[in-house]
Design a protein around this ligand. Structure first.
Ligand SMILES: [Zn+2]
Length: 97
């Protein structure tokens, strides 16, 4: 990944998840996922690294390769959170990152 997320905060009981564009299959985010359920949002403090510079990203989250819109910027628990647009991403569990 191109950028480490400066807002990332380590949390226990999470595992790294590689989130990729459903359109062109390019990995865009490594996310610390907390539970086994479906991925519906990306909370900024849980994003480990990304292909997008999150410090400068003003709006929604787009694929760094094909520019497909993947998630919409919002909030959750007072944190900036990218809400995934249904069906736009694929994710795969990584053993370590
Ligand atoms: Zn793409």
């Amino acid at each position: 990944m191109k950028y480490k997320n400066p807002y990332y905060r380590k949390r226990r009981n999470t595992f790294p998840l590689e989130v990729s564009c459903g359109n062109c299959k390019t990995p865009v985010v490594i996310y610390a996922k907390g539970s086994k359920g479906n991925l519906i949002k990306l909370q900024l403090p849980r994003i480990i690294a990304s292909e997008v510079n999150l410090e400068e990203n003003e709006g929604n989250l787009f694929c760094s390769n094909c520019r497909e819109e993947l998630a919409r910027k919002g909030t959750y628990d007072n944190n900036v959170t990218y809400w995934i647009i249904r069906g736009k991403v694929n994710s795969k569990r990584l053993n370590n990152y």
